[in-house]
Design a protein around this ligand. Structure first.
Ligand SMILES: *Cc1c(COP(=O)(O)O)cnc(C)c1O
Length: 432
């Protein structure tokens, strides 16, 4: 069990208390309350370095950049861990750019993705001096050019092309098929690059795609990479040389028993694609991983409010809910759920672990065998990516606290919201 738990960034010590690095989760609950997201700095660092080292080794002196996809977990402390490691960032809003800057991230390593960039976001990004825009339509291209001219800046761009590859993942997180809203259709890519090269203050930098998330098999990613390389070759042949190629993010993690994409093999296969046909392509390799770097570096720590047996099911009612972690409700996603501290005298039963929110979809895990009593602590694993960032205030529930563990230290990195904060900015109307 201990070895298996290690994969999730946590481990059990002696008496059965679950630890993150050298801190017992029960200690964190005591200091900061529940529900609380807990992240391990060591686990974040290990995930980043594993990928970075694989890239260094395979690229053998040729340039690469890991642009961490901020939307997976945008806490400033998490961003600053990656910034200190030299990461770049993939952002999807002006707000995320502000976060990256506040966390000490380097603007010249930021790429801006997303299909709805506003005028304000584009000019802010240009003034900040980001590495480039991943452009998703002709209209966006024209808009970026217009703004760049107006403020006298050069905009570096890549097209996010839609390679029409089936990522074979959940439809809500699949983004690379023809009928998705994302990217420029593959057969229009050349024409759109030609348009880009005719527009003022636009510098063509790269080709980009992102076909989906939580992939447990690399073949769709490599198929997409192959298409990007072909596209780059075609562009070069018509006088549009490319400086970087980016197959996006999407590398899955293990939530239960899904197979892993082997990082070293994946990176080696990307490198192979870059030298296919015996050609050497002198480009920078960019990656945009989100989940891979944070998913298994975080847990959601929660407390049992009630043990509720019924005729047909036993429910474990905890103080975390779908507003804190929506993945199970939204994608039928599986998260391992374990006792954070051993419960004395508790009987093992099969439970549906549910939150207090008034929706039947508010189930965090079904049919889980747990020995728990009222007041016990439970850890929902693999909650470091698309956890807190997707949380809401539904049912007027304050969003959870966030804590980062670093060795024997546990530090609050986001205070639990207060109820007052939840209706600050609301007004009573003058009714008589
Ligand atoms: C969300 C996103 C990513 C990261 O996806 P993961 O599956 O978390 O690696 C990368 N690139 C773009 C454009 C994204 O929108």
């Amino acid at each position: 069990m201990s070895a298996a738990l290690n994969m999730f960034g946590v481990h059990r010590v002696l008496a059965g208390d679950l630890h993150m690095e050298d801190v017992a989760l029960s200690e964190i609950a005591g200091s900061f309350g529940t529900p609380t997201f807990v992240y391990s700095r060591a686990a974040l660092t290990t995930a980043y370095q594993q990928l970075d080292n694989a890239l260094k080794k395979t690229r053998n002196g040729k340039p690469h950049l890991i642009c961490y996809a901020v939307k997976a977990n945008s806490n400033l402390a998490v961003l600053s861990v990656f910034a200190k490691l030299g990461a770049g960032f993939d952002i999807v809003s002006g707000g995320e750019l502000r976060r990256v800057l506040a966390a000490g991230g380097a603007p010249e390593k930021v790429v801006f993705s997303g299909l709805g960039k506003t005028r304000d976001e584009i000019s802010f990004a240009l003034l900040t001096g980001i590495k480039g825009f991943n452009v998703e339509s002709e209209s966006e291209l024209r808009r970026i050019s217009e703004i760049a001219v107006a403020i006298n800046k050069i905009a570096r761009i890549s097209l996010r092309v839609n390679p029409d590859v089936d990522a074979k993942t959940h439809p809500y997180i699949s983004t690379g098929l023809k009928n998705n809203k994302f990217g420029v259709a593959f057969d229009r890519a050349i024409g759109t690059y030609q348009l880009a090269s005719s527009l003022p203050n636009i510098e063509i930098a790269g080709v980009d795609c992102h076909i989906g998330s939580q992939l447990s098999d690399a073949s769709p990613l490599l198929e997409a990479m192959g298409r990007l390389v072909n596209l780059a070759d075609k562009l070069e042949s018509i006088g549009i040389p490319i400086q970087h190629i980016c197959p996006g993010g999407g590398i899955g993690i293990t939530y239960a028993d899904e197979p892993n994409i082997n990082i070293e093999n994946y990176v080696a296969a990307l490198e192979q694609a870059l030298s296919s046909g015996g050609k050497t392509r002198d480009v920078e390799l960019l990656l945009e991983p989100g989940r891979l770097l944070t998913g298994n570096a975080g847990v959601l720590l929660t407390k049992v409010e009630y043990v509720k047996p019924t005729d047909s099911k036993n429910f474990l009612v905890v103080d975390a809910a779908m507003n804190d972690l929506i993945r199970p409700s939204l994608y039928q996603a599986h998260h391992e759920i374990v006792m954070a501290a051993a419960s004395k005298d508790a009987v093992s039963r099969i439970y549906d672990v549910v939150g207090p929110v008034c929706e039947s979809a508010d189930v965090l895990g079904r049919d889980r065998t747990l020995a728990a009593r009222e007041g016990d602590l439970v850890a929902i694993l693999s909650a470091g990516a698309y956890g807190f960032v997707m949380s809401s205030n539904y049912n007027t529930r304050p969003r959870a606290a966030e804590v980062m563990v670093d060795g024997a230290n546990a530090q609050l990195v986001r205070a639990r919201e207060t109820i007052d904060e939840l209706f600050r900015g609301e007004y009573l109307v003058n009714l008589c």
